[in-house]
Design a protein around this ligand. Structure first.
Ligand code: URA
Length: 206
């Protein structure tokens, strides 16, 4: 089973190109990350079955729908760049945080913080924009599963083949929605062609 859906919508491609462009400044980068996230969220949430109820329009009664509960977990720090779009689009979303940083030599994740809402009854969308080795995402998913989640989707901007493979082996039940599956991880564990360090580009810490 292929566990990744790459969104090839023209708007997704447009905003991804803005993110890739080395000349995009942090404020424009943040705006593009936010807008691109809307296009990914439409796919990530499309299998939810909203509950049906009767709504009164000014003219008559008709069928209405209410969205199910969704939890988003932002993997710090780059996941914060996708969070505003999540807050805008998903009604009554609850939000958790997973603090993990990669060891610059081994690229393995070093966890430093986890705070989750109740995840047992909800779709959990993990915001991990750069799926590189997959170490951070695999760790975050382990914590979320340990807290009782059974329906998990990862939202990525760019994914590398290594990260997708790792998720396929360790968490084959987790769907990945991404704007691009890039060529490779380079020797410094950056995704190529990629967009550089997402956290640095979002927050201007280059
Ligand atoms: N994290 C990033 O921010 N960029 C990469 O290319 C890989 C991991």
């Amino acid at each position: 089973m292929v566990n990744i859906t790459v969104i090839d919508h023209p708007l997704t491609r447009h905003y991804l190109t803005t993110l890739r462009d080395v000349d995009t400044e942090p404020d424009a980068f943040r705006a593009a990350a936010r807008t691109l996230t809307y296009t990914l969220l439409m796919e990530a949430t499309k299998s939810l079955k909203p509950s049906e109820f009767e709504v009164q329009t000014p003219l008559e009664k008709t069928t209405g729908w209410r969205m199910n509960d969704v939890v988003a977990v932002a993997v710090l720090r780059a996941g914060l760049g996708l969070l505003e779009a999540v807050e805008d689009l998903l009604p009554h979303v609850k939000i958790g945080f997973a603090g993990v940083q990669r060891n610059e030599e081994t690229a393995e994740p070093e966890a430093y913080y986890i705070k989750l809402p109740d995840v047992t009854e909800s779709l959990v969308i993990v915001l991990e924009p750069m799926l590189a080795t997959g170490g951070s995402l695999a760790w975050a998913v382990e914590q979320i599963k340990a807290a009782g989640a059974t329906d998990i989707c990862a939202l990525c901007v760019v994914a590398a083949p290594d990260g997708v493979k790792r998720m396929q082996v360790e968490h084959p039940d987790v769907r990945i929605v991404a704007a691009s599956l890039d060529r490779e991880l380079n020797e410094s564990y950056y995704i190529a062609p990629g967009l550089g360090d997402m956290g640095d580009r979002l927050f201007g810490t280059l």
